[in-house]
Design a protein around this ligand. Sequence first.
Ligand code: FES
Length: 123
Amino acid sequence: MIDRTLTTVDVSSLREERDTLHFEYRGPFGEESTGFVIVWKGQLRAYRNLCPHWSVPLDQDGDVFGPRKRQLFCPHHGARFDPESGRCTIGPPRGSGIEAFDVELDADTGAATILRRVAKLSF
Ligand code: FES
């Protein structure tokens, strides 16, 4: 069984829509990586902090929503991403998306386990 756990973070500070919490984790080859958890439509969503266009951090000074606050936003070339799925809706990486993670919340402790998603195979 593959351990999908990237990290566990305290998300008790996330209370309002668009609240954001950044976290660090180790990638599959031991590289240092960053991600973020957001509140979107009352749900926690987690993503890798990396734009698929030029593989650069998506946030600007911690802000992942940009000026209009309606979608996730890459300031480098103005790409926008659906906060619910991570799919690019406008901009150069259209057709791709930011890497989405699963979130398992322990409501008793306020800790969220961030998990890498497993690709689904069909035969
Ligand atoms: S680097 Fe993000 S849109 Fe180009």
